[in-house]
Design a protein. Structure first.
Ligand code: MLT
Length: 263
C-alpha cells in the first residue's frame, strides 16, 4: 500500500495481531467499534489492524488485473511492513474471500481465522453476470448510484435497523470509487471454491453470521464451519449481512473468544 494523506491502515492495541478485512464496497472505517473494543479494557489482548483494501477508503487501486489473490498478497506485504509474521485474519463478506485467498497463498502466516457473513463457494453464472453488469454500469456512468440503490435494497442490514446506522452505511457506499467497485466485482466473480482449503486448515476458526443475512446466508456459514477442523459457529439473532456493525458486542465477543483459543 502506498502512502496518502489519509491513513490506509488503522491500528489499536498490543498483543496477538488481528487483521480486520472489510466488506465490499466499504472502507476500513466500518471496523471502528472493533478497533476500539477488541483490544480489551487494558488494550493488550490484541493488536488490531484494519487496512483499507485496494481501491477502497484511502488505498490506491493501481492497475493490476482484478484478482483476490492480489488483495491477499497486498495483505502479506502489509504484514511484512508492520513486522508481523503470523496474524489472525477476520474478514467480513468480501473480506472473508480475501482471508480465504490469503489462507491458500500464505498458509504459514495464518494464526487463526474469523469468517463473518461470507461464503466459501463460488458464484453462480447468474451472480457472475450480475457482477459484470454492475461493473460495466458504474464505469460507464462514472457513479456508484446504481450499486447504492441495489445494495441497500438487498437487505444489507436487517429490517428495522437504527436509521443512523443505515445512513452511515449509505455514506460509506457512496464514497466508493467506480473503478474500485468494478475491480472488486470482477475479482470476486473469479474467485475459486475454498471449501477444500478450509478443510486443510489446522488453525482455530470462528464463523459468524447474522441470522437474517440474505447475501451470504446461514447455510453457507454452516458449510464453512463443517469444513473447518476447529471452528465455532455464532449465529447472531435478528441481524443481517453487516453483523459487525449491527451487533458489535456479540460480534466482538465471538472474536475475543477466538483470540483466546489462539493464545
Ligand atoms: C460484501 O458484502 O462484501 C459483498 O456482499 C460480497 C459479495 O458481493 O459477494
Amino acid at each position: 500500500m502506498t502512502s496518502s494523506s489519509a491513513p490506509t491502515v488503522r491500528e489499536n492495541g498490543t498483543g496477538t495481531p488481528l487483521v480486520l478485512l472489510h466488506a465490499f464496497p466499504l472502507p476500513a472505517r466500518m471496523w471502528e467499534v472493533q478497533l476500539e473494543r477488541v483490544p480489551g479494557p487494558a488494550g493488550d489482548d490484541a493488536r488490531v489492524i484494519a487496512p483499507d483494501q485496494r481501491g477502497f477508503g484511502a488505498a490506491p487501486l493501481g492497475d493490476p488485473p482484478p484478482s483476490l489473490d492480489t488483495a491477499a498478497d497486498d495483505l502479506a506485504d502489509l504484514l511484512d511492513s508492520l513486522g508481523v509474521e503470523r496474524a489472525v485474519l477476520a474478514g467480513l463478506s468480501m473480506g472473508g474471500y480475501v482471508a480465504m485467498a490469503f489462507a491458500r497463498r500464505h498458509p504459514g502466516r495464518l494464526a487463526g481465522l474469523v469468517l463473518a457473513d461470507t461464503k466459501a463457494t463460488t458464484d453462480t453464472d447468474a451472480a457472475r453476470a450480475n457482477r459484470e453488469r454492475i461493473a460495466a454500469a458504474v464505469l460507464e456512468r462514472g457513479s456508484v448510484d446504481l450499486l447504492l440503490e441495489e445494495r441497500m435494497a438487498e437487505n444489507l442490514l436487517a429490517p428495522g435497523t437504527d436509521p443512523e446506522l443505515t445512513d452511515a452505511v449509505r455514506q460509506m457506499i457512496a464514497e466508493a470509487s467506480p473503478a474500485a467497485v468494478a475491480w472488486a466485482q470482477r475479482a470476486m466473480a473469479a474467485r475459486p471454491d475454498s471449501l477444500d482449503e478450509l478443510a486443510a486448515l489446522e488453525v482455530p476458526a470462528a464463523v459468524i453470521v447474522g441470522e437474517l443475512d440474505t447475501v451470504t446466508p446461514l447455510s453457507e456459514a454452516r458449510m464453512m464451519a463443517e469444513a473447518l477442523s476447529d471452528a465455532e459457529l455464532t449465529v447472531i439473532p435478528a441481524v443481517g449481512h453487516l453483523s459487525s456493525l449491527e451487533a458489535p458486542e456479540t460480534f466482538n465477543a465471538a472474536v475475543r473468544a477466538l483470540l483466546k483459543r489462539v493464545k
